[in-house]
Design a protein around this ligand. Structure first.
Ligand code: HPA
Ligand code: ZN
Length: 332
């Protein structure tokens, strides 16, 4: 099964590029930028990754990305991820980036997006892996800052397929960003947002995301199982859920494998993704393997998870169909 998973054409839809920053690259960028790190070695740094909740993870995540300063830093970050993705037979990725995590510490928006964009173009040409960018707003900052970031992104609209919402969900409901999302929709961006696992008011947040904001996808969102009516709404709309089992195991009490199984059985377009692989020590392949270890999925079910993913991508129909044909060919 491990070989079967390795060869399966894959799609990654929940991946924070800043969460792919491996300790080795952190040291390299710190040296390049003349910065001191509070750890002597890669092993010491990894040993400090001791989070057990979303907020304790986020503290380490934001601290880690301070080494990202220049356009080549962002290029190297994205290129390193895309190389790993290509090795795991990821054929297509929609990649989150957090511009406010950089602009808030003085790194200009255009430095971030130009570096990322250049890597996406080179990776497509050199590695055959295709990717698009999703710009996330940080929900623990004010809505006005998100709106300013949205306006700042408009000259780069052709390089950004949609918007997302991440960071600390506690006390930061989707409705706080209703006006930002409305404007993003008017500008032609597609819409997703995090509804993280086991948060306070999880169901109310999912309801706002689906009914008030009208998102195309939900990132995580397994708590939807607690509300039959909302499950029916996402089934009727074909809304996709981008789940991240290994990440769930770090920030909650479990991988939520049974929940993912249930969503599959209900026919919800659920997918398996890696979230922050440098911190959770699992890229998409290891996430699929972990879910398979928990659920003993069949080949057809493993392929279905990838079909779901390509189906809910923000790609034109004929491009989706070409990837779905690759999966059919692989299965037969
Ligand atoms: N949830 C919220 N914010 C994040 C995450 C996540 O899983 N990863 C990086 N920022
Ligand atoms: Zn995430």
């Amino acid at each position: 099964m491990k070989d079967f998973i390795a060869g399966l054409p894959k799609c990654e839809l929940h991946l924070h590029i800043e969460g792919t920053l491996e300790p080795e690259l952190k040291f390299e960028l710190a040296a390049r930028n003349g910065l001191e790190l509070p750890y002597a070695t890669v092993e010491e740094m990894r040993a400090a990754y001791t989070f057990d909740s979303l907020s304790s993870f986020l503290t380490i995540y934001y601290e880690g990305m301070r080494v990202l300063r220049t356009e080549p830093d962002f290029y190297d970050l994205a290129m390193a991820y895309l190389r790993r993705a290509a090795e795991q037979n990821v054929r297509y990725a929609e990649i989150f980036f957090d511009p406010q995590a950089h602009t808030s510490r003085g790194v200009p928006f255009d430095v971030v997006i130009r570096g990322l964009r250049r890597a996406l173009l080179d990776a497509h040409a050199q590695l055959g892996v295709r990717a698009q960018l999703i710009m996330c707003f940080l929900r623990d900052f004010q809505a006005e800052y998100a709106m300013a970031t949205l306006l700042e992104s408009l000259p780069y609209k052709e390089w950004i397929v949609g918007v997302g919402l991440d960071s600390d969900e506690k006390g930061n409901p989707p409705a706080k960003f209703a006006a930002v999302y409305e404007r993003a929709r008017q500008e032609g961006y597609l819409l997703t947002m995090h509804c993280d696992v086991d948060q306070d008011d999880a169901i109310e947040h999912i309801r706002q995301a689906v009914e008030e904001i009208g998102v195309d996808r939900i990132d995580h969102g397994v708590n939807i199982l607690e509300d039959q009516r909302l499950v029916e709404v996402v089934l009727a709309r074909g809304t996709g859920l981008t789940c991240c089992p290994v990440s769930n195991g770090y920030v909650t009490d479990s991988m939520k494998a049974e929940g993912i199984r249930k969503l599959m059985d209900l026919g919800v377009r659920v997918t398996v993704n890696s979230d922050d692989p440098a911190y959770f020590a699992a890229y998409v392949q290891e996430n699929i393997e972990a879910l398979h270890d928990a659920l003993q999925l069949s080949r057809e079910e493993l392929a279905r998870l990838q079909r779901n993913a390509f189906e809910i991508t923000w790609l034109p129909r004929h491009v989706k169909d070409a990837y779905l044909t690759e999966i059919d060919a692989y299965l037969s």
